[in-house]
Design a protein around this ligand. Sequence first.
Ligand code: F0G
Length: 467
Amino acid sequence: MQDYRHPAEPFRIKSIESIRLLPRKEREKILKEARYNIFKVKAEDIYIDLLTDSGTGAMSTDQWAALMKGDESYAGARSFYRFEKTIKEITGKKFIIPVHQGRVAENVFFSTVLKQGDYVPNNTHFDTTRANTQHKGGIPVDIPCPEASTEDEVPFKGNIDTQRLISFIEEKGPENIPVVFMTVTNNSSGGLPVSMANIRETADICRKHGILFFFDCARFAENAYFIKQSEPGYQDKTIKEIAQEMFSHVDGALMSAKKDGLANMGGFVAVSDEELARKIIELLIVIEGFPTYGGMSGRDIEAVAAGLQEALSEDYLAYRVGQIGYFGRIIEQAGAPIIKPTGGHAIFIDAGKYLPHIPAHQFPGQALTIELYREGGIRVVEIGSLMFGGYDPNTGEKLNAIKELVRLAVPRRVYTASHLDYVADAIARITARKDRLRGFKITRQAALLRHFTIELEQLKSEEVEVG
Ligand code: F0G
């Protein structure tokens, strides 16, 4: 019997997009011109783009067909009602408010519920969620479960630490905590899932203290698949049933549909409370659009409605999560330590461990990120001191990242095993000379979300400190 690497793609490829690898000399020049900020490199100068799984997926024939059905009416478009029905069925929430992407959901939500100095606990904030909380005067607090910082290969390392959540609520007072968030899957701590038991327990804690409980649910279908795989009692349920149960525990959810919506653009806020929905909609009309399109075209809305259904397919999720597991195994074989177990959308290399000679303030994750482009025209993203360091814009306090990670996010339905093999081969070549990699220093930066626009210089050998 053949040893299958991961369940084969449950689709065939009907349309292709050419990619090319530039010569090494050109890649070096491009890096210099981009001031070693990988966000500034043109997409056509990238061979394999693992910057994000957000909005980069391939649509199905059904989704492309649905685009033609897009109703572009300003108010009351047919496409909106299809979108609303699909999301109501999955989330069970009464009010579905469309937005063009996740961070707008964050903006309208936090603008509505936060007052200056409020705390927002989360298993781990994603960068835009953190920034939007801070932008509205809130204080984001990460409360990951204790296993998240261990090497243990336990299944639900995305969980929130419920004991610490209780002590935090008691210490700060529930009146200063309008909402508790749970990010499913937990992107910033490895794309790892949250268990139904942890969701249920967190819901109980929030209810007891009169605090709202919300999901940041960009990858809820991948999370539901992990529950089906690893949590007792869920093996015979469908992904949709599991997702419905997950949402039954929260008061609402914010979604970037660019992930498990299998769409290139889109998002929503789902809430049950009418008063809250009304306030959000009032702001939405000012900054985003009328509540039956919320910044999206009718065709985008159709693509999300169709994509959300497809993301609940178990065949698709087995391939998707299997592919990520395969990618993790070959990266480890190439000599790079990764966060384990592997999650649903990306592999996270522990660059702090891989490059122990580069201290955090010289950005080991960025050193690996830049080297992957130099070596193979591969684009990945640093998730460490470059992304999460700097200063808190409200308190001026110096911030530190918990880990120095590099994320290799896999777009949905886009790359095959050969593409992933190519990336692992490039890592193996880097591993052979990794002790000679040098860190970076910042030459220009912004206060919020600095990684998008930051400018850097690679350290010269005489500037290198030993980590
Ligand atoms: N929440 C999570 C958990 C996310 O991963 C993202 C985006 C957002 C919210 C914001 O959504 O981009 O539609 O405004 N994550 C992307 C990523 C950008 O690369 O992980 P958005």
